[in-house]
Every structure is written in C-alpha cells, then in structure tokens.
Design a protein around this ligand. Structure first.
Ligand SMILES: [Zn+2]
Length: 156
C-alpha cells in the first residue's frame, strides 16, 4: 500500500476508522501535505505532522458537533461539508490561512479540496494527470473497496 496517495489512505476505512472525504481534506490542509503525496514518501516529520493534524481536526470537530447537537445524536451526515471548514467544499474561495483560492480534484462523486500555497508548493495539480494517477487507486464503490481488502496471512 506504500504507493497510495495520502488522500486515498485517509479515506480508507481499513486504515483509519471513519475519516470521511471532508475531514481528510481538512486534515491534509492542517498538516500542510499534498493530497497526492505518496504515503511511502512521507518523512518522519511529515508523518508526525499528519498524526497531529488528524488528532487536532477530529478532536476539534467532535467538540464542535457535540456543542451543536448537545446530547442528541447528529442526524446529519458528519462527513459532509460543514460551515467552518478550511478547504473542503470551498473551491475557489480563499484559504483561511493564506488567502490563495482553494483548488479541487474531481473524481467521480468525490471531490478533494486543497490549498495550492499551503499544501502543494504553489502547484495546481493537473486534474487529468491526476485522475490517471488515481485511477487504480481510488475505489469507486464500497464494494470495490471491500474486494480489495488485503488478505491477512503470512508474508511471502
Ligand atoms: Zn493556504
């Protein structure tokens, strides 16, 4: 799985439980990491930043949602866009940290949002090249995702 992109790794329920599309965008923005960076290319510092950002974002949103719904259970999809997100669902709007317009990568019904200044060294990722790259990498359906679950067993 080392060839997977960060974005794909983050939304994979086999690796992280329940980080949806929206939160994965927020986490990568917080960590200042490109959604298409390959997991195998992470430096120890970047891995640390990613873990810290995951904690910060999930804790922050859990608290915010809890404050909003009180003791009730949120009846609204918590993976959807929510007011107050930094990049997710904010295509073309200014990044709250640097003001650069938020960019997007569309693949099927997934949209990945990122800030080119904070996350990709100013590079706007080419949508076409990217969808090619993600082709084999992005499960289109839940079924497909499950089919590709790794088989547990002794290493060869
Ligand atoms: Zn930014």
């Amino acid at each position: 799985m080392s060839w997977r992109t960060l974005k794909v790794a983050l939304v994979d329920p086999r690796l992280f439980s329940g980080i949806g599309n929206a939160y994965s965008d927020e986490i990568l923005h917080r960590a200042r990491l490109s959604p298409v960076k390959l997991t195998s290319r992470l430096t120890p510092e970047e891995t640390e930043a990613l873990l810290q950002a995951t904690k910060d974002v999930l804790t922050g949103w859990t608290e915010r949602l809890r404050a909003e719904v009180g003791e009730g259970f949120p009846n609204e999809g918590v993976t959807a866009f929510r007011e107050g997100m930094a990049v997710h669902g904010r295509y073309k709007q200014p990044c709250p940290d640097c003001g650069a317009p938020v960019q997007r990568i569309v693949r099927g019904d997934h949209e990945t949002n990122y800030c080119p200044r904070c996350q990709t060294g100013g590079k706007v990722l080419a949508d076409r090249a990217l969808s090619k790259l993600l082709k084999a990498d992005w499960p289109r359906t839940l079924e497909e995702l499950e089919e590709r679950a790794p088989r547990r067993g002794p290493e060869r």
